[in-house]
Design a protein around this ligand. Structure first.
Ligand code: GDP
Ligand code: IMO
Ligand code: MG
Length: 430
């Protein structure tokens, strides 16, 4: 029963969409299990660039089935516009191809308003959320007052549930944040309208996937965000409100642990972060500009969802070791190696230091990261562009040494090296 879980080992945007697209060629189904449209996953196929926020990236392959699991939070407006955009690009999306779990939670205009109000109230201490209503939706879920997708199938239950939800949101907006209330009646009509279009997609995803796995179908669990944004295992409180780590796939799809085959850790060849929070290996000099790019290329480091410039740093092997531990990563897919070309030297953070002590992984994981100094190993860079490399031997010697250093430091093999954004820009290693 082969389930492959694809997770980001950093702070998101590692190139998960690109790696899912690679693996989906050999898979029967692809499933999103956590987060919502805070994600932005890019798939490049020739001239076409797909930017997916909610629907699994694997849908771009015509043979795959797509699933949105119970762990996901769904903004119906985003869902419908994404379905339309995909259809316009020639990708078939219909209820026989896409199922959404009845137990996934709905993001409403109320959650969006609360996300905005909460971020404004945090002032200088803001998290830098994507303002997609993610935190408030998961808050309602945990508080057992959320709106599940199943309600969309039953107007008699959905209407009063919507009214109660928007009225509660209004009380919070007015009393806690002195913000304008939302107009409830038009919103109820709007969400009842969404329900008409979305109803046919609602299904029992846990049962569907279990059946597929029992028949030996290969399923990919497509992680969103990254390990260091995990609610429990990330750089709390600068995290998202869900579980992007590998165990989140089982919880968020309704599957047992026995079906897991591989856990593939997607790791960018350098480190990026968008939003606030600690970042020990962050750099601000010309190297940062080189790695970020000017924004002229689609792969430059500006947020897919928000357009914000991403913060840049050297690859942090301390945090990578930690990510490997909490996810049980069995192999690494290394992305954006091509972007390192042209640097005279490249650095890897191999340990953290504090009070004359060196740590391969600090005690208490990624907490109080500001109290550590990163210890770097400096390696010679390479000048050659590497996008056309297809075999290990094609890579410049210094690039190969860089990869070997990573493998030695974290004790997990690199099985795929992405050297460009397009489907074929990859070196597969056995
Ligand atoms: P995700 O959120 O993890 O799916 O990553 P994003 O799509 O947000 O960001 C990754 C960006 O890097 C996208 O623009 C990808 O097309 C691009 N990308 C992925 N792998 C590579 C690579 O190996 N080289 C280059 N140049 N771009 C890549
Ligand atoms: P993908 O799937 C990068 C970050 C936000 C913010 C924090 C909390 O494309 O890798 P939220 O809106 O989730 O409450 O914001 O998490 N964040 C991401 N950063 N990639 C993502 O998704 C992200 N999803 C959320 O920037 O710091
Ligand atoms: Mg992204």
């Amino acid at each position: 029963m082969p389930l492959d879980i694809i997770i980001g080992t950093q702070w998101g945007d590692e190139g998960k969409g690109r790696v899912v697209d690679l693996l989906a060629a050999q898979a029967d189904a692809v499933a999103r299990y956590s987060g919502g449209d805070n994600a932005g996953h890019t798939v490049t196929v020739g001239e076409k660039i797909f930017k997916l926020h909610l629907i699994p990236s694997g849908i771009v392959h015509p043979h795959t089935l797509a699933y949105i699991g119970n762990g996901v939070v769904v903004n119906p407006a985003t869902l419908l516009s994404e379905i339309e955009q995909l259809q316009q690009a020639g990708v078939a999306v219909h209820p026989e191809r896409l199922s959404i779990s009845y137990a996934a939670h709905l993001i409403t205009a109320g959650h969006l308003a609360l996300d905005r109000a909460q971020e404004a109230a945090r002032g200088a201490a803001k998290i830098g959320t994507t303002l997609r209503g993610i935190g408030p939706t998961y808050t309602d879920k945990v508080a057992r007052r959320g709106l599940r997708m199943e309600l969309m199938r039953d107007e008699k239950r959905f209407t009063p549930a919507l009214r109660e939800h928007f009225e509660t949101v209004n009380q919070t907006l007015q009393k806690l944040y002195q913000a304008e209330p939302l107009e409830v009646n038009p919103l109820i009509d709007q969400y009842l309208g969404y329900a008409q279009s979305i109803k046919p997609f609602i299904n029992d995803v846990s049962a569907q996937l279990s059946e597929a796995l029992a028949k030996g179908k290969r399923v990919l669990a497509e992680g969103a965000q990254g390990t260091l944004l995990d609610l429990d295992h990330g750089t709390y409180p600068f995290v998202t409100s869900s579980y992007p780590t590998a165990p989140g796939a089982l919880l968020g799809l309704g599957l047992g642990a026995a079906c897991v085959d591989r856990v593939i850790g997607v790791t960018k060849a350098f480190q990026t972060r968008v939003g606030a929070g600690p970042f020990p290996t962050e750099v601000f000099d010309q190297t940062a500009e080189h790695l970020r790019g000017s924004g002229a290329n689609p792969w430059d480091e500006f947020g897919t969802t928000t357009g914000r410039p991403r913060r840049i740093g050297w690859l942090d092997l301390v945090l990578l070791r930690y990510a490997i531990r909490v996810n049980g990563v069995s192999e690494i897919a290394l992305t954006k190696l091509d972007i390192l070309s042209g640097l005279q030297e490249v650095k890897l953070c191999i340990a953290y230091q504090a009070n004359d002590q060196s740590y391969p992984i600090p005690p208490f994981g990624p907490t109080q990261l500001e109290s550590y100094t990163p210890v770097y190993k400096t390696l010679p860079g390479w000048n050659e562009p590497i996008r056309s490399c297809r075999r290990w031997e094609d890579l410049p010697l210094n690039a190969r040494q860089y990869i070997r250093e990573i493998e030695t430091a974290v004790q997990v093999p690199v099985r795929r090296i992405s050297v460009g954004p397009e489907r074929g820009d990859v070196i597969e290693l056995s």
